[in-house]
Design a protein. Sequence first.
Length: 155
Amino acid sequence: MDKPARQVFVISDLHVGGVYPDSGDPEDRGFRISTQVPQLTAFVTALADKPPGEPAIELVINGDFIDFLAEGDAASGGWQPFVPDPEAASLKLEAIVDRDRELFAALGQLLSRGHRLTITLGNHDIELALPPVRKRLMELIGVEGSEVGFKPVEV
């Protein structure tokens, strides 16, 4: 039997973003949808640890990866449904990445090992449609010039 040319792992609706709780109560989510970032990081690390070559490894994050909607607006302290200014959106992205640095380091490791990452945009991370914000994400992941694909959301 022929060996597969590619293994594709598809995950979606990760909603990484929003502040963690500070109450110490295990039932307190803070202002986050995602509460499983350590498990997600372990999954990405396990994929990154797979040897490069055949089958090629591709991770597809199918929408709502970065939860810009869970982030408050630093300038006004309020909430904004879409941040059209690339600089302000990049600041939100940086805050999200700083909070969950291990996950983004694991994504960088995945790419540095020669694997692929495809990110499909969703309604919570539409700011990634802005080229400077996509570029900033690639910088924050720590790998430039790798195979990172961004796919627009289709309606």
